[in-house]
Ligand binder design. Structure first.
Ligand code: IP8
Length: 261
C-alpha cells in the first residue's frame, strides 16, 4: 500500500511530485481508441511505491488526439464543430476512466480532476489549484488530463496536458516535474538519437522535434523550460522503463533528460 510520509500539517512548499503520463505511453498511438493497458498497469504499480504526495496529469494519445485531428480542433480558441467537441471530450473521459480504474486497482487512490474543475476559460482558478496539493497530501492521487474546454463566446479550445503541467507547476511549485514518454528523453538530433542529458540553458537547442495536434515534443520542451525557470527540476523519462521514474525521484542512476531549475 502507498503510504504518504507527510502529515497534512507540514508546509505545502515543494513536497509534491507532478507527473505527466504522455499519450505515447498510455495509448497505442498507431491504433485509434486503444489504451496501452499493460503499460498503464506497470506505471501504476511503480507510482504506488512513491512515498511523496503525487499529482498526475495524462495526455490524449489515440483518444483525444485522434478525434481532435478528425474534427480539426486545436489549442487556439475557436467555434469548432460542436459534435467534434463532444466526441473529443467523451474520448478523454473514456481514457481517464481506464487510468482511474487501473490506479484504483494499484491502490493509488485516484481522485479524478477534470481541468474544468480548476480552469475558467483559459485561466487557472488559483484557489482551486491550491487545493490540489492538499488533496494529494491526504494520500489520494489527483489525476487531471488534457481536454477540450469551454473558452466563452461559443468558442472551445484544447488544453493539453503539457500546458496543465506548466499551470500547476507555476502555482504549486512541486519538488519535481516528470514527463513520462515512450522515448529516452530529449534528443538533440532525431536521426542519430543523441540524447541531451542535462539542460540548463534558457532556450534549449533541439534541432528537430516531432509535432502533433497540440504541439508534440516542442510543447513539452517549452513547458519544461518554463517550469525549470520557475525553480522546479524537470525530468523526461522513458515510461517503458518505469524504474527510471523512481530513479529520477531518488536522484540516483537517473537515465533521461533533466532541465535544471
Ligand atoms: O496529449 C491533449 O492532451 P496532450 C488532449 O497532453 C486532447 O497534448 C483532448 C487532444
Amino acid at each position: 500500500m502507498r503510504e504518504i510520509l507527510f502529515k497534512p500539517t507540514i508546509s505545502l512548499l515543494k513536497i509534491m511530485i507532478l507527473i505527466k503520463l504522455g499519450g505515447s505511453i498510455i495509448t497505442n498511438k498507431e491504433k485509434p481508441l486503444t489504451a496501452n493497458k499493460p503499460a498503464i498497469r506497470r506505471l501504476a504499480s511503480h507510482l504506488r511505491r512513491i512515498k511523496e504526495p503525487l499529482v498526475v496529469v495524462h495526455g490524449g494519445g489515440s483518444y483525444g488526439h485522434y478525434w481532435s485531428v478528425k474534427y480539426d480542433i486545436h489549442t487556439k480558441p475557436s467555434r469548432y464543430n460542436i459534435k467534434g467537441v463532444s466526441v473529443v471530450k467523451n474520448s478523454m473521459v473514456q481514457l481517464n476512466r481506464i487510468i482511474l480504474e487501473s490506479f484504483l486497482e494499484s491502490n493509488l487512490r485516484p481522485y479524478c480532476l477534470p481541468p474544468s474543475d480548476f480552469m475558467l476559460s483559459d485561466k487557472p482558478i488559483v484557489k482551486k489549484v491550491k487545493e490540489i496539493t492538499k488533496i494529494a497530501i491526504t494520500g489520494l492521487t489527483p489525476i487531471s488530463y488534457g481536454d477540450v474546454m469551454w473558452f466563452g463566446k461559443n468558442k472551445f479550445y484544447i488544453l493539453s496536458g503539457d500546458k496543465i503541467m506548466g499551470i500547476l507547476s507555476k502555482i504549486l511549485k512541486p519538488r519535481l516535474a516528470i514527463f513520462v514518454t515512450n522515448v529516452d528523453g530529449i534528443y538533440s538530433n532525431m536521426k542519430t538519437k543523441r540524447l541531451i542529458r542535462d539542460i540548463t540553458v534558457e532556450k534549449p537547442t533541439v534541432s528537430e522535434v516531432t509535432t502533433d495536434v497540440t504541439g508534440g515534443m516542442s510543447r513539452k520542451i517549452r513547458e519544461a523550460a518554463n517550469i525549470s525557470k520557475n525553480g522546479t527540476d524537470v525530468f523526461f523519462v522513458n515510461g517503458n522503463f518505469p524504474k527510471r521514474i523512481a530513479n529520477a525521484i531518488s536522484g540516483k542512476n537517473f537515465e533521461g533528460t533533466i532541465f535544471r531549475g
